[in-house]
Design a protein around this ligand. Sequence first.
Ligand code: ADQ
Length: 469
Amino acid sequence: MSRLIVISNRVSAPKGEAGAQGGLAVAFAAALREHKGLWFGWSGEPTDRFTGEIDYQDVRGVCTATIDLEDQDIEEYYNGYANRTLWPLFHFRVDLAEFERDFAQGYQRVNERFADTVRPLIEDDDLVWVQDYHLIPLGEELRKRELRNRLGFFLHIPWPPRHLLASLPHARELVSTMFAYDVIGFHTTEWLEAFLDYALGEMGADLLDDGTIRLGDRTVRAISCPIGIDTAEFVAAASSPQARLAYRRMKDSSDGRDLIVGVDRLDYSKGLEERFAGYERFLEEHEESRKEVYLLQIAPPSRGDVETYQRIRATLDGLSGRINGAHADLDWVPIRYVNRGFPRAVLAGVYRAARIGLVTPLRDGMNLVAKEYVAAQDPEDPGVLILSRFAGAALQMTDAVLVNPHSAEELSDAIELALKMPRDERVARWRALMDGVERQDVIWWRKRFTDALARSDQSWEDAPAAAAE
Ligand code: ADQ
């Protein structure tokens, strides 16, 4: 079996059951243990001068190789092009996107540095799998360094509509680098079709009979491949002593009230302002029952070096304070707003205690919190998932209560519906959702992508001249 080489911006090695870590870290840990692979990326640390020196670690069976980046790289590539240009634009927020030549140059430079450093680590038979929007041109840079291996790319965020993407300077050059891959993956057919629309409509690419897309002498296969969670691990975490303790703590402090929970990185794409507004609408429209619920919003800050993130944090501090000030009583506070991370088992216990999981991003590639919430429920008495139509997860999780997150009225109605939903209906919806979460878990996702990659034609073997051009 070929080794798997995963390359992503950050490498966050598995930290053990008690460690707080994102769904993505769990996804790769599971994949890499099985394939005996290597996970390469930035350590998250700065260095005075880039040397390309690699730090190898073996953490719980996962081999990682990391490099440090210079401050200027971090500013231009990570805080700049990745998080101030591509992230907002790909989440349909062209109003927040910043187009700076220095960012684009830094992005290109770091992709070249990644290619220089990781290239010697790759052996002939390895499958190489590049992750996400930080590293779109990496495949092209590896081909320039005569890499002939099967090479895949997965985008974890949405692909924007054609005319939005057209507002990115040099969008065509960026998209043309995606043809250096053999397989590119998106979470949903919606993002995949938007990519096709751009490639065919703006760049003159052709869709061939075998489903591949050709641009000039390069062809790529684009697939939809929705990511899942490590469901078995999460279900086990939900019944661990730590989860049971967290569950008890929530129940005790709820004082008989229904808990509504939101768990999101503090990011404008997650629709937190709109969620608070929808919840406030519910409080205003349901005087009689409002004191029977409360909202726990867990939102650890992210990307604090970027000004937009500082702004959204200040806005949400103000909004939660205002709503609590306006509605709280001596014995009840409508919103508990917590800005920190928690171990996964604790999150699982909190999810299980919640009557409603409120997952309402304005735009999200997939959204793993929706799946974690479902996996943590008590099968006999499950809670209700309220899910944004604009999360990639909504295409799979059609038995959730689907909402338009921009509409405070719809959010308020959905909360009311979920609170009143009879147990039979909750169980039926949950069963259907859980079937999907179990069937299409992270192992399924990894297999689906790596199988497609392993099956792809290796035209690069026959065309070294094109590869090196
Ligand atoms: P994210 O935008 O980070 O991921 P998401 O899919 O929701 O979004 O994953 C967040 C993860 O962080 C979840 O596993 C969650 O449990 C964890 N997390 C959030 N708050 C936490 C807290 N307070 N403490 C501990 N853990 C916390 C990007 C894309 C998504 C896509 C994923 C995977 O934006 O659309 O689903 O990648 O592809």
